[in-house]
Design a protein around this ligand. Structure first.
Ligand SMILES: [Mg+2]
Length: 232
């Protein structure tokens, strides 16, 4: 792979686009819990955790269609509504802290005039609630959500935030925890880095040939620092 993590100075890194769930926020356990609860509540077969982690990263409608191939539109709508109600409101569902290192990584990038954006399969309501709860809303110049764009791996979300930020693809990087993030980035022509603290295994992520793969955000920051030293 010849693409460097940090592009050379004349083409310097200008934008990092983050996936949200499983990348910045440790939310997959809550997502699994609420997918299982939604299935139970509407009388659908409850899928096991492995099957559910597999589809986290898709938009909720696309995820329901993957899990229940026979589903009609009414089923998908009812499932998605029941799921969101749980995710946004259930007090007994697992909590969703940010992963360690989020603030340090965002600070480091911002200090280098790198713009930050989010491309997530969450709903607008879900993302706005998460941005508010974490105090991160003002950090991102652009955000794109699953109910406003076609589901990953369609490149629309990534193209939207690049347009909003006014940054061309060679100067952008995508960071995500699922193969859908990496596929979306490939479709948009944006080099991507995987973090493996989310839903998909290193083996599965490696099949998508990311630019780099790191166990967590703290390691990703180390790699950025190292790349900066090497370009000095
Ligand atoms: Mg994710």
């Amino acid at each position: 792979m010849n693409t460097p993590l940090l592009p050379p100075a004349e083409n310097a890194l200008r934008l990092v686009v983050f996936d949200w769930d499983g990348t910045l926020m440790d939310s997959p356990r809550r997502i699994v819990h609420c997918l299982q609860r939604a299935a139970g509540q509407i009388g659908a077969p409850v899928r096991d955790e492995a099957a559910l982690r597999n589809i986290i990263g898709l938009g909720v409608d696309a995820a329901v269609r993957e899990l229940y191939p026979q589903a009609d539109d009414a089923f998908v709508r009812q499932f998605a509504e029941t799921y969101r109600e749980c995710y946004l409101g259930a007090e007994d569902a697992p909590e969703t802290p940010l992963f360690p290192g989020v603030a340090l990584l965002l600070d480091w990038l911002e200090a280098r005039d790198v713009l930050l954006a989010v491309a997530t399969s969450k709903s607008r309501r879900g993302l706005d609630q998460a941005l508010e709860a974490t105090g991160l809303a003002s950090r991102f110049v652009a955000t794109a959500t699953g109910d406003e764009h076609p589901s990953k791996p369609n490149p629309a979300m990534l193209e939207h935030v690049m347009n909003r930020a006014g940054v061309e693809r060679a100067r952008a990087r995508m960071v995500g925890d699922s193969v859908y993030d990496l596929q979306m980035a490939r479709h948009a022509g944006v080099p991507a880095v995987a973090v493996t603290h989310g839903v998909h295994s290193p083996e599965r992520l490696r099949e998508e040939a990311p630019l780099g793969m790191q166990p967590d955000l703290e390691s990703l920051l180390d790699v950025f620092r190292q790349a900066e030293r090497e370009t000095e």
